[in-house]
Design a protein. Structure first.
Length: 302
């Protein structure tokens, strides 16, 4: 049944002049029918540059929003419209506005994992892989960073001369891992490198051999000669890790599943292609401001 539905999806995709994008945390069946699999902002850029005018974005809400911010003329559909991001939801517009008033001299930086309304309030957006380079090029001594306190804390370690005001948001999936989980995993698998996402707590990061984005973790494990790794990020990465490294073993220190990333099913993708799902609609004035935040990411990153 799964194979038949996958075939129907691929056939309908061609008929509708559509492209299917899937985040690395999506279930294997979704990753397999996608045209591109990767980190969220990379996929938004793919959407922008694609010749197709129908974008099926298999991820969570803020990701589909970012794709629409970059491609307002295209139809962007989130197959699982109730797939949100708890971290993004921890930064509400009214609260962010109050924080901005409190720190008028701070340069406002938001992680890509935020709503487009919050992006519109910020001076620049960052991804987990671009953040260090961008912050380096910001002259302001005071940085307001939101919504992830863990990523913000990680970045701040590289810039002791700057004052970081961190929003108290976090990714529940990454925040759940403890130092004890890592220590236990290392005891069970001696001399195995720990690869972690910067959304993990400082205690976990301090026990890691490599800290990087989702795609960065996959690339590191693929290029490293080691045959075993402890992986501290969402378990969806295992599909690509195994595809690229069938001879290697990967261990997770804790059950690391993002429920929202697992909401998208093949039937949802088919329904999205078949016109049974609503497209992402953004307020145009807010979209333009959010676009400026994303454009500044590139200007500061160069």
């Amino acid at each position: 049944m799964t194979n038949q539905l996958s075939e129907k999806i691929l056939k309908l995709k061609k008929e509708k002049n559509a492209i299917i994008l899937a985040h690395l945390y999506q279930i294997p069946e979704i990753q397999e029918i996608a045209d591109y699999v990767g980190d969220s902002y990379y996929l938004s850029q793919v959407a922008r540059d694609a010749k197709e005018d129908l974008i099926i974005f298999c991820g969570v809400k803020f990701m589909a929003e970012s794709a629409k911010v970059l491609s307002p003329e295209k139809t962007v559909i989130l197959p699982a419209p109730n797939a949100g991001c708890p971290m993004a939801d921890m930064a509400e517009v009214e609260d962010v506005e109050e924080m901005i008033k409190k720190y008028p001299d701070a340069f406002k930086v938001c992680y890509i994992n935020s709503s487009y309304e919050v992006k519109a309030l910020c001076d620049a957006s960052v991804t987990s892989s671009s953040a260090l380079n961008i912050i380096k090029n910001i002259p302001n001594k005071q940085i307001l960073f939101l919504p992830d306190q863990n990523l913000g804390g990680y970045i701040s370690e590289f810039f002791p001369e700057k004052e970081f005001i961190l929003w108290r948001g976090f990714c529940p999936t990454h925040h759940r891992i403890t130092a004890e989980d890592i220590i236990k995993a290392k005891e069970e698998h001696p001399n195995v490198k720990v690869l972690s996402h910067p959304e993990c707590s400082k205690e976990v990061r301090d026990l890691s051999d490599y800290i990087g984005s989702t795609s960065g973790i996959i690339n590191y494990a693929t290029e490293c000669e080691d045959k075993e790794f402890i992986i501290a990020t969402e378990e969806g990465v295992l599909h690509q890790l195994k595809k690229k490294n069938p001879d290697k073993k990967f261990y997770f220190p804790e059950v690391m599943v993002c429920p929202n990333m697992k909401k998208t099913r093949l039937q949802d993708v088919y329904d999205a292609l078949d016109g049974k799902k609503e497209e992402v609609i953004l307020d145009e004035e807010i979209r333009k401001k959010a676009l400026t935040s994303l454009e500044n990411m590139h200007k500061l990153g160069n």
